[in-house]
Design a protein around this ligand. Structure first.
Ligand code: ZN
Length: 288
């Protein structure tokens, strides 16, 4: 290559470089909607247009939940028509900040708290019960589903410090199946993320089986991306303990085991699981 050509090539390279410099400094561009880096944005998997539902959803979110990178409440919000899913943040509800908005919702006979208390009934029973009791007719009514979003200990603490929640009609999901949310280790079989819980409850309440699948698609996209990029597909802790694959440190404390997103199980079932896990731990070969 002679000097002339070499200079020309250099010039072209410089032009390219200058071209690059004109652009703003490189940073990890984030999607405006999901706030994820654009390369891993899951918005393309959202229902389009957003789903129109009869019910509304209110999420009572523990402040720490918002900081999780794999949070799912936003997927629910973006999958539904604007205003159909409202998130309130706090450690007890209502608070002075949201009293005016929340009090009527939490006191309404058409609001259902999805929480596995002793008084909760399977969500499938909601219509039947109302009809057989000759109570208010819920056939044409639209419901507000209220969910607590946080780890299980956080959800329990929110419930304990929010007396207004205790007086609500309470429902639960039974035989919910395993979570699609395989990235965050789930402590027990049947444990669901907030998105899955809401999607499943909506499907049942509105008698529209397609709702669940449509709403959880972004979760599949997110999980697939994580797995393609080397995240291990977690089996639940319960499964691994049963199969004696769980490392010894799990024995440190069971409350860490219960560190999972809100799940709708009756307390009694939860106690059984804890006992089962205790038993499994004792059977594990002791290593020192
Ligand atoms: Zn996005």
């Amino acid at each position: 290559m002679d000097n002339l050509n070499e200079n020309k090539l250099l010039e072209e390279c410089c032009e390219d470089l200058f071209g690059i410099r004109i652009d703003p400094p490189e940073r990890r561009d984030k999607c405006d909607k999901c706030k994820r880096p654009v390369v891993v944005c899951w918005c393309r998997s959202l229902p389009n247009p957003p789903l129109n539902i009869k019910s509304s959803i209110v999420i009572l979110q523990h402040p720490a939940e918002e900081k999780r990178t794999l949070r799912t409440a936003l997927m629910l919000q973006l999958g539904l028509e604007p205003g159909k899913c409202i998130v309130y943040k706090g450690k007890r509800f209502p608070s002075s900040k949201n009293l005016a908005e929340l009090e009527p919702v939490l006191n309404s006979p058409n609001s259902l708290l999805l929480y596995p208390s002793k008084d909760s009934v399977p969500i499938e029973c909601v219509n039947t019960q109302s009809v057989s009791m000759g109570d208010l007719s819920f056939e044409s009514a639209s419901f507000t589903l209220v969910l607590i979003d946080g780890t299980w200990p956080q959800a329990k603490a929110i419930y304990a410090s929010s007396p207004m929640l205790h007086r609500m009609r309470q429902v639960k999901l039974i035989a919910a199946g395993n979570s699609d949310y395989i990235i965050r280790t789930q402590p027990t079989e049947g444990c669901l993320s907030t998105l899955e819980t809401a999607a499943q409850a909506l499907s049942i309440l509105e008698r529209r089986t397609e709702l669940r699948q449509l709403l959880i698609r972004p979760l599949h996209t997110l999980c697939k991306f994580q797995i393609d990029n080397g995240a291990v597909e977690h089996q639940s802790k319960e499964f691994r303990i049963k199969n004696q694959q769980y490392p010894k440190q799990i024995g440190k404390r069971l409350n860490r085991l219960l560190n999972y997103s809100t799940i709708c199980r009756p307390e009694a079932v939860e106690d059984n699981i804890v006992n089962e896990i205790d038993a499994a731990l004792q059977q594990q070969p002791q290593e020192s």
